[in-house]
Structures are given as structure tokens and as C-alpha cells.
Design a protein around this ligand. Sequence first.
Ligand code: GH3
Ligand code: MG
Ligand code: MG
Ligand code: MG
Ligand code: MG
Length: 303
Amino acid sequence: MATSILIIDDSNQVRAQIVKTLQKVSLFDDYLEAADGIEAFKLVLNSPVDLILCDLEMPRMDGFKFISMLQTRDELKDIPVIMLTGREDRDLKIKGLEEGACDYVTKPFDAGELVARVKVQLKIKCLQDELKRSNELLKQLSNTDPLTHLYNRRYLMEALDREYQRAARKESSLSLIIIDIDHFKKVNDNYGHQQGDVVLAAVAALLKKMVRSYDVAARYGGEEFVVLLSETALSQAMLFAERFRCAVQEIVFTGKMNGLTITVSLGVATFPSAKVDCVDSLFRQADEALYKAKQGGRNKAEA
Ligand code: GH3
Ligand code: MG
Ligand code: MG
Ligand code: MG
Ligand code: MG
């Protein structure tokens, strides 16, 4: 990815000197320039910036105001800012650091020092970005079932609490479907556990394809899946359950399980309804409906 720097100073000459100095060491692909805080703020909002060099005294919007405005935006507050200050500006340096700048360079600047300080900030930024990426990955891993790549039970329970509260607050409906593969034990017995996993992944992939982007499809346990359909009444949830039931029986496995077809049973429950007044009772209703579907001969959706 291209690395870019934003240089803010009301003096064209200072900006030109900085660009020339940094170009010599090829630290950046893009050099953006602004003559005051307002111009600079427009630029950072519209293009990604990795580092900012910012003069303090400028017309219209000064450096302090600009730096404090960066801190108010989540997507901008981590961009490192190096202040450009006068040699004697001790109090201004302290004020700038307190506003959120991470370092300063005194003007007239020394080329070697400028380059060295810029390199330090780029290194820190790079480490921070890496940390952010691994945190995101960790979060994703902790929410995901590794076999099916659906959400796991932990995430489902969190989402269920959140969606239930939202539905109660907004007086909208929330449906929950439990899906259980019929006679799945036979698949394992006949083809082995590994092939059983292939079947689980196939059912999960179909489910993922059929839900809307804002629904939550999760692997609840072994061969059981749960779908949370927000703002969905019972009749619509039943329609979805039926569509999914039909789509599952259309899957024909190949390879080691050549010709195998499977079916699922589904239990559907909706909030609000007579017997549902909390998350637990929503789940219980869906579980009872699933039991009814199994008792009724499997390959069925019940409410
Ligand atoms: P029913 O129609 O009543 O649901 O019958 P069933 O055989 O599907 O249900 P049962 O609960 O008796 O068996 C579920 C099986 O799922 C047993 C277990 O070994 C298997 N299982 C659970 N987790 C996994 C998994 O991650 N991979 C594989 N291959 N099998 C699993
Ligand atoms: Mg100035
Ligand atoms: Mg089961
Ligand atoms: Mg069972
Ligand atoms: Mg089963």
C-alpha cells in the first residue's frame, strides 16, 4: 500500500523544503500539502494519510485546533502528528504534545533530524497497525466456528441478548430457528467422521448463502445450527425454514459419499408471542418445536 504524508504549513517555502528532504530518502509515495488546518482537515477526511507534519501558527485554523480535531474522529486519531515549532517555543511544544501530537521538529529544521524523527513515527505507526490487525483477527477467530466458518455459540449468545433487547425496545419481532441434521450419526457411522465434517460444512455453506447479511447464522453444537432473523415475524421465519429444508434435501454429495442426500428438522420460535418473554423462553420454544418436528417424522419445520 502506498505510504503518504501530509505537510501543513502556511509557508510554501517550508513545505517545499520538507518535501525535497523527504523525497531524497524515498520514505513516501504521496506528498499532500495544506496551508492551514481547514485545508488539511479536508484532505485527511478524503485520503488515507500515514503521518502528518503540522505547523502551529497558521491563519484560519492553527495547529492546536487541527490536532485536537483529529482526536475527535476514531478513524483519524491514530495518525501520528509531528509539530513544526520555533526553536524557543517551549510552552507551545508542551501544549501541542498535550493536544495529541507525538513529537516536534524545530524550524529551521535540520534535514537529518527531520528524517530520523519521521522514521521513528512511521515505525511506531507500523507496529500499531499490526497490533490492530491481530486484534481484529483474534476477535474474528474467537467468534467463529473453525469447521464451518459460521459464528460460534459464544457469539450467538451475545448476539441473541443484543437482538432480543433491541426487538423489545423497538417493539419489532425476532425469530430464532434451530436446525438439526436428521440421523447424522448414520453419516459418521457409514462414511467416517471426516466425511461427516464435509456434510456439516456443506449445510453451513448453504445456510450462509441463504441468510441475509444482517442475520446471524451460527453453529450451536455438533450438528445443530441456529439462525437469528431480526425484524422477522413467525410467518416469514417459517417460510425461510421451509425454503432451507427444501434446499438441504437437494444437496447430492459426490466423491466418497456419492449419491448421499440428507435432511434437516427445524424448530421455529418468535418474539413477541404468548410463551416468549425472555431469551431463555425463545430458545425453549424453538427447542420444543424442533422436538415436535423430530417426533413428527423429521425433515420438517415446526413452530
Ligand atoms: P436425530 O435425527 O435425532 O438428530 O439423530 P442424530 O443422529 O442426528 O443425532 P444424535 O444427537 O444422536 O447424533 C449427533 C451426532 O453428531 C453424534 C456426534 O458424533 C456427531 N457429531 C457431533 N459433532 C460432530 C463433528 O464436529 N463432526 C462430526 N463428523 N460429527 C459430529
Ligand atoms: Mg506558520
Ligand atoms: Mg442434535
Ligand atoms: Mg440428538
Ligand atoms: Mg441430529
